[in-house]
Design a protein around this ligand. Structure first.
Ligand code: IPE
Ligand code: IPE
Ligand code: MG
Length: 245
C-alpha cells in the first residue's frame, strides 16, 4: 500500500510512549510570519490542542502534558500575558463539556497562586468535573516552572515533617504537581529550539527528546506520528547496557 496510509497507521508503532510532554512553542513566530498579532498565534495554538489530543487518543498515549504558560512567561508584555489568561478562561468555557463528553481527564500542573481567582475557580471546576474520566489525561502546565515545582515540593516535605532518611525518589515524586502521574517518556518541542525552558525537569530525567522546526499551530497528526516513529527508533537504556534488559 502507499506510504500515506502507512503514515497514519498506529499499528506500525511497536511501542507507544505512555506519557508525552509537549513544549508548544512557535505561536508568536507563526503569527508574525502571517503579519498577524502574536495573540492570533496563541489562538491558533489553542485550536491545535484538540487535533493533537484526538490523535494522541488514537495512538494510545495515556497522558499528555502540554506546556501552556511558564513561570517565566509573566515577563512578557502585559497585553500578551492578559491575552493568554483570557484564552485559557475562554477555552475552559467553550470546550469543557466536549472534553468531558470525550472522556478526557483534565489536570493542572503549576502554581495556583498568582493566577486570577476567577480563573483559579474555573480551573478547579474543570478538574473536578473531569476527575473520573479515563480515556486520556490532559495535564495542562500553566503557571508552571520545573524549579518552582521542586521548591514547592521541598517546602511541603518539610512542612509534613518527613524525616530526611525516609525521603525516597518515589515519595518525593508524589509531592510534585504531577503527583501520581508516571515520568515523561517523550518530550516534543515545536518551534525549533533545543532546550527544556524549565519544563518537567524532574519527570523528564530519562525521557527521549524530539525537536521539530514546525511551529506549534502547524504541528499536525502526521508530525506527531513522525515524533512517535523517532521514539520507536530510540534505545532506552536507563543507564544499563542493552544485554541486561
Ligand atoms: C509558545 O509560543 C506559547 C507560549 C509561550 C505561551 P511563543 O509565544 O513562545 O512563540 P514564539 O516562540 O515567540 O514564536
Ligand atoms: C516555553 O516557551 C514555554 C511554553 C511553551 C509555555 P518559551 O517561548 O517561553 O521558551 P523560551 O523563552 O524560548 O526558552
Ligand atoms: Mg517561544
Amino acid at each position: 500500500m502507499t506510504n500515506e496510509i502507512n503514515h497514519a497507521n498506529p499499528a506500525a508503532l511497536h511501542s507507544v510512549p505512555y506519557h508525552v510532554g509537549i513544549i508548544m512553542d512557535g505561536n508568536g513566530r507563526w503569527a508574525q510570519a502571517r503579519g498577524r498579532p502574536r495573540l492570533a498565534g496563541h489562538q491558533a495554538g489553542v485550536d491545535n490542542i484538540r487535533r493533537i489530543l484526538e490523535a494522541s487518543v488514537r495512538y494510545g498515549i495515556k497522558v499528555l502534558t502540554i506546556y501552556a504558560f511558564s513561570t517565566e512567561n509573566w515577563q512578557r508584555p502585559m497585553d500578551e500575558v492578559m491575552g493568554l489568561m483570557q484564552l485559557l478562561s475562554l477555552t475552559i468555557k467553550r470546550q469543557l463539556n466536549e472534553l468531558h463528553k470525550n472522556g478526557v481527564q483534565i489536570r493542572h500542573s503549576g502554581r495556583m497562586a498568582g493566577i486570577n481567582p476567577d480563573l483559579q475557580a474555573q480551573i478547579r471546576h474543570a478538574l473536578e468535573v473531569t476527575q473520573h474520566n479515563d480515556r486520556i489525561i490532559l495535564n495542562v502546565a500553566f503557571n508552571y516552572g520545573g524549579r518552582a515545582e521542586i521548591l514547592d515540593a521541598v517546602r511541603q516535605v518539610i512542612a509534613d515533617g518527613i524525616p530526611p532518611d525516609s525521603l525516597t525518589e518515589e515519595l518525593f515524586s508524589r509531592y510534585l504537581y504531577t503527583c501520581d502521574l508516571p515520568d515523561a517518556d517523550l518530550i516534543i518541542r515545536t518551534g525549533g529550539e533545543w532546550r527544556l525552558s524549565n519544563f518537567l525537569i524532574w519527570q523528564a530525567a530519562y525521557a527521549e527528546y524530539y525537536t521539530t522546526p514546525t511551529y506549534w499551530p502547524d504541528f499536525d497528526e502526521e508530525e506527531l506520528y513522525k515524533a512517535l516513529l523517532e521514539y520507536n527508533a530510540r534505545e532506552r537504556r536507563f543507564g544499563r547496557v542493552l544485554q541486561q534488559t
